[in-house]
Design a protein around this ligand. Structure first.
Ligand code: AG3
Length: 273
C-alpha cells in the first residue's frame, strides 16, 4: 500500500495521521498554507497551516452543530453572518432555515472559497444561493459596521495566525453591537481535553459583552481529541424556539433532542466553564 500520509501536529506531543491517495492542491495563499488531499478514511480533506478544517465524511457534524443550535433558539432568524467558514458548510446549513433572508460569509482568504468551490462542491454550492453574500474582508473590520444580525457564527481556524483576533474580547464586544437584542453569537471553542485555558479565556471575553454564555459539545473525529466544543453567547438567556419540532430540516447529526442534550456537560467539562 502507498505510504503517503498527511499528519496534523495537533500539539507538540500529539498528531493525527491520515493516509492519502492523492494531493489535489497545495498552495501558499496570501494568508496561509492550503492543502486539499484525497484521504482514504475521511474523503477529501482541506487543511490550513497544517490543521484539518474540513473532511467530506465528518464535516456535517461541525457545520450542523455550529449553526442549528443557535438558529433554533430563535423563532425567526433573518440575518445571519459567518466569520471565516470559507468552505461554505455553515452557510449551507443556515440556508436550510426558511426564515433566513441573508446569510453573509465574511472570509479573509478568497483562496479558501475558490478551493472549496473546486474540490468540495457538496459543501460550497450554497454560496451560489441568491440569499448568500460573500465578502472577502477581515471579519474584525467587517463586524464593526454590521448591525441587526440575528446570529453571528465564528467559524475560525485555531487561535494562531490569521484567526488570532477572532478569540479576543474586543471582537466579541463588536459582535454584541452587531447583533439584534435577542441575537446570538456562536464560536467554535476547540477541545475540552486539550484547550481548557483557551475555553476559559474565550468565555471570559464573551462575558464582557454578553450576560449569558454557555458551552455545548459535539464529536468531531478529525479535530484534536475528537471531542469539540462551542460557546454560545447572548444578552438574555436563550430558550429553544417552538420551531424545533415544526420546521423539518434534513440533518445527519443534529436532532431536536440533541438541541437540548448538547448542553449537558460531563463533570470535567463543567469544571472548565
Ligand atoms: N474550523 C476549524 C476548527 C479548528 C480545527 N482545528 C484543528 N484541526 N487543529 C473549521 C472550518 C470548517 N468550516
Amino acid at each position: 500500500k502507498r505510504q503517503t500520509w498527511f499528519t496534523e501536529y495537533q500539539t507538540d506531543s500529539l498528531s493525527l495521521g491520515l493516509r492519502i491517495e492523492q494531493i489535489l492542491k497545495a498552495e501558499e495563499t496570501a494568508f496561509q498554507d492550503l492543502l486539499v488531499a484525497e484521504t482514504e478514511t475521511y474523503g477529501r480533506l482541506l487543511a490550513l497551516d497544517g490543521a484539518v478544517q474540513t473532511t467530506d465524511k465528518d464535516e456535517f457534524v461541525y457545520h450542523e452543530m455550529i449553526t442549528h443550535v443557535p438558529l433554533f433558539m430563535l423563532d425567526a432568524p433573518r440575518k445571519v453572518a459567518v466569520i471565516g467558514g470559507g468552505d461554505g458548510g455553515a452557510i449551507r446549513e443556515i440556508l436550510k432555515h426558511q426564515t433566513v433572508q441573508e446569510a453573509h460569509l465574511v472570509e479573509i482568504d478568497q483562496a479558501v472559497v475558490e478551493a472549496a468551490r473546486e474540490f468540495f462542491p457538496a459543501i460550497s454550492s450554497a454560496l451560489s444561493d441568491p440569499r448568500a453574500y460573500v465578502h472577502y474582508v477581515d471579519g474584525i473590520e467587517w463586524v464593526k459596521s454590521a448591525r441587526d444580525f440575528d446570529v453571528i457564527v465564528v467559524d475560525s481556524t485555531d487561535p494562531v495566525g490569521p484567526a488570532k483576533g477572532l478569540f479576543q474580547a474586543e471582537f466579541y464586544q463588536s459582535i454584541a453591537k452587531a447583533l439584534s437584542p435577542q441575537g446570538i453569537l456562536v464560536a467554535q471553542s476547540e477541545s475540552p481535553f486539550l484547550h481548557q485555558s483557551l475555553i476559559r479565556q474565550m468565555k471570559a471575553g464573551m462575558q464582557t459583552a454578553f450576560s449569558d454564555v454557555r458551552l455545548y459539545l459535539a464529536a468531531i473525529p478529525t479535530y484534536p481529541s475528537g471531542f469539540w466544543s462551542f460557546l454560545m453567547a447572548s444578552k438574555t438567556p436563550p430558550s429553544v424556539s417552538r420551531r424545533l419540532n415544526e420546521d423539518a430540516i434534513e440533518t445527519r447529526y443534529w436532532t431536536p433532542a440533541i438541541q437540548h442534550a448538547c448542553f449537558v456537560l460531563p463533570k470535567f467539562v463543567e469544571d472548565i466553564v
